[in-house]
Ligand binder design. Structure first.
Ligand code: SAH
Ligand code: SF4
Length: 347
């Protein structure tokens, strides 16, 4: 008796994997690129509509392949700034979030790379969950595809940031595979310059990523001006202290030549003094950076608070003095709990 084979999900395959699949079906390798163009350029999800494919191949696709989808469990739009938060259900029932933000002509989608996160940062909702599992390249790329489907417009999203749930470099292989598919000419053709990866500072992966020579931006969550406080807030600092993280950042800069973003969550009375701002500047001396200050977004049962608005401004001004670009990123969609991991926690 013939064993029924499980259909293959076509989303998330690299061109090479796709070509091998075609070959294993006895098809020509170039069919892979043709189908990828239907999927990623034209966003056609119906095999019958792929009119330049032979009928036999279309029938075979229906039989042996499928186009992976998520279920939208919740979608909330902020009344304040239009931010839309999606809660998706994956094929195995796990749930992840993606957040869509609007800023003048920029439409930014914040992607998740893991269900939960193992890093356990004290101020982070996702960190409280712990790591449930890594996302696949399909699950990373498909967040963009689902959102653009929902918006009814391919290429509606202009910028991608890997700042949702999870630590992208703790899921290195699938994250890099997803980025390569996003930027490749037969894939989504998303400009690498419009993609930013945010990391808590996993040094070996930062080094490896520099060697990939992808022109994406790099953001480092520093969050404290010394190892004592950083280790308390972000336990990973005991493995990769600030010095090592900044050395890896220098290496990345030498390869990619793009300004690095230093992210800094402002916590009242913890890391928000003027002295801290000056220490922070001292730390990054010689490294081309800009600062992104994020006032703490309260999470349930948290011991922290965001600083008062004038303290935030004083901290920002202290950083900016001497020529640094320092901006404050107020939480988008404060009314829909849009900070990372918050919507998932509610459902
Ligand atoms: N794991 C990666 C990317 C996801 S977190 C990283 O840590 O960089 C994205 C950003 O959100 C990080 O800069 C993190 O410090 C910040 N963040 C996490 N919880 C927050 C909260 N409750 N309020 C404000 N920023 C938060
Ligand atoms: Fe993980 Fe980033 Fe949250 Fe830390 S801040 S727990 S690294 S998602």
């Amino acid at each position: 008796m013939a064993v029924k084979e499980t259909p293959v999900n076509l989303i998330g395959l690299t061109r090479e994997e796709f070509e091998n699949l075609m070959e294993s079906w006895g098809e020509r390798r170039f069919r892979a690129r043709q189908i990828m163009v239907w999927l990623y350029h034209k966003r056609v999800w119906d095999f019958d509509a792929m009119t330049d494919l032979p009928k036999k191949l279309r029938a075979e696709l229906k039989e042996r392949a499928y186009i992976g989808r998520f279920k939208i469990i919740a979608k909330e739009r902020s009344q304040i700034d239009g931010t839309v938060k999606y809660l998706f259900e994956l094929e195995d029932g796990e749930r992840i979030e993606s957040v869509l933000m609007f800023d003048r002509d920029r439409v930014t989608l914040c992607l998740s790379t893991q269900v939960g996160c193992a890093m356990g940062c004290r101020f982070c909702q996702t960190g409280k969950i712990g790591l449930i599992r890594n996302l696949t390249a399909f699950e990373i790329v498909n967040q963009l595809l689902e959102v653009e489907r929902d918006l009814g417009r391919p290429r509606a999203v202009t910028n991608l940031v890997f700042m949702g749930m999870g630590e992208p470099f703790a899921n290195y292989d699938e994250t890099v595979k997803a980025i390569k598919l996003l930027v490749s000419p037969e894939g989504v053709m998303f400009p690498a310059r419009k993609i930013t990866i945010s990391t808590c500072g996993l040094v070996p992966q930062m080094r490896k990523f520099a060697a990939e020579r992808l022109k994406c931006g790099l953001a480092i969550s520093l969050n404290a001006p010394d190892d004592r406080r950083r280790s308390w807030l972000m336990p990973i600092n005991k493995v990769y202290p600030i010095r090592e993280v900044l050395d890896a950042a220098r290496e990345w800069y030498a390869n990619i030549k793009r300004l690095i973003t230093i992210e800094y969550v402002l916590l009242k009375g913890v890391n928000d003094s003027i002295e801290d701002a000056l220490k922070l500047k001292e730390l990054v001396k010689g490294l081309p950076v800009k600062f992104n200050l994020i006032p703490f977004n309260p999470i349930e049962g948290s011991e922290f608070e965001p600083p008062e608005i004038d303290q935030i401004e004083r901290f920002r001004a202290a950083l900016a003095e001497g020529g640094y670009v320092a901006s404050v990123r107020f939480s988008k969609g404060a009314d829909i709990s849009a900070a990372c991991g918050q919507l998932r926690a509610r459902y």
